[in-house]
Design a binder for this molecule. Structure first.
Ligand SMILES: *Cc1c(COP(=O)(O)O)cnc(C)c1O
Length: 347
């Protein structure tokens, strides 16, 4: 089987980390009860609780769309609404799944600088209509790190919490790249979740380097009521659950999750430094995680594509998005940066 060169299109182009794979390999042997009644799942959930230093309810599902949709559905009734940034994955990249799995809860969009929403925007949207004819706001969804490669600070999340608390809203966090945010902020996982009012976190495993899987972490344990039934109905209850939970044991043991995320962030920092100041290249957002967004002239984009580079130009706010992953090497970054430089050179 031929393998492709390492690309920057998405962190899901990368394969599986040695730590996650070793745990899968260990879990491969012998028999274990199905549907989550196994020792791997118990251990992985315990390790998540240790990581967050609190007694949360933990579930493992196959992907992020389901994690977000089912977590949000457990916050809302069908006549409620969910507030999120206009670039949020739950709005732009989940094909209406949050509405579908909540039986019609409406997603309301907020603008905001650098992919972030703020307390004033939340209040404006909630207070705009309070009558019976408008879907009642019930939850706020934040993405950490954001779709444009920035990260909310603990204080920013706490300020949003103060607002959601006063307005009676639940707080959901789409943490598909939560690991990159923690690595970037250098904070404890608890300081940007339950200590800042997050009720439920979708903790991404796939993009941090597992083959598949996300953890849904309920800090507000009441919201987890009958969550296993939601998962089952949605086709998200894994029969051989140990293969969704074992990689978490591998990644959380000895801090592999954070090491890999810090590496991906460092590779993005290297790329950002190489592109900064290049005539014709305009960096679009402060880089605070593992993605670099840059505006390039169309001919340069075409030249890069002709050289075999794969990248998206429609994700987030437009521009070219270059994502680094756990296995991105400094040489990969340097080759890409050299190609961008030569694509921009006037000839
Ligand atoms: C990748 C991603 C997800 C999860 O997507 P799936 O393809 O459903 O696993 C969720 N949120 C964000 C911000 C993402 O980038």
């Amino acid at each position: 089987m031929s393998t492709q060169r390492r690309q920057f299109a998405s962190d899901n182009y990368a394969g599986c980390t040695p730590e996650a794979w070793a745990a899968m390999d260990e879990a491969r042997h012998g028999h274990a009860p199905g549907y989550g009644d196994d020792e791997w799942t118990a251990r992985a959930a315990d390790m998540v609780r240790e990581l967050f230093e609190t007694d949360c309810s933990v579930f493992f599902v196959f992907n992020g769309t389901a994690a977000n949709s089912l977590a949000l559905a457990s916050c809302c009734q069908s006549y409620h609404s969910i507030l999120c940034h206009e670039l949020a994955h739950v709005e732009t990249d989940e094909c209406g799944a949050p509405e579908f799995f909540s039986n019609g809860t409406k997603v309301l969009l907020l603008p905001g600088e650098n992919g972030k929403i703020d307390p004033a925007g939340i209040e404006r949207t909630v207070k705009k209509r309070t009558d019976l004819h408008f879907p009642k706001p019930r939850a706020v969804s934040l993405t950490q790190s954001t779709e444009v490669g920035t990260a909310y600070t603990p204080d920013e999340i706490k300020a949003i919490w103060a607002k959601t608390k006063s307005l009676g809203l639940k707080l959901h966090m789409d943490g598909a790249r939560f690991a990159n945010a923690v690595a970037s902020l250098g904070c404890s996982p608890k300081s940007i979740t339950w200590q800042a009012g997050v009720d439920v976190l979708c903790f991404g495993g796939t993009k941090q380097g597992m083959a598949a899987g996300e953890a849904v972490v309920f800090f507000n344990r009441e919201l987890a009521h009958e969550f296993e039934w939601r998962c089952k109905q949605a086709g998200q209850l894994a029969s051989k659950m140990r293969f969704l939970s074992a990689p978490w044991v591998g990644m959380l043991k000895d801090g592999a999750w954070l090491r890999h995320a810090a590496h991906a962030n460092a590779m993005a920092a290297r790329l950002e430094a190489a592109l900064a100041g290049l005539p014709g290249a305009k960096l679009l957002f402060p880089r605070q995680a593992n993605g670099v967004f840059v505006e390039l002239p169309l001919p340069a984009i075409e030249k890069l594509r002709a050289r075999g580079w794969k990248f998206y130009t429609f994700i987030g706010a437009g521009g070219c998005r270059f994502m680094c992953s756990w296995d991105t090497q400094p040489e990969d970054v340097d080759v890409l940066a050299a190609d961008v430089r030569s694509a921009l050179a006037v000839n």
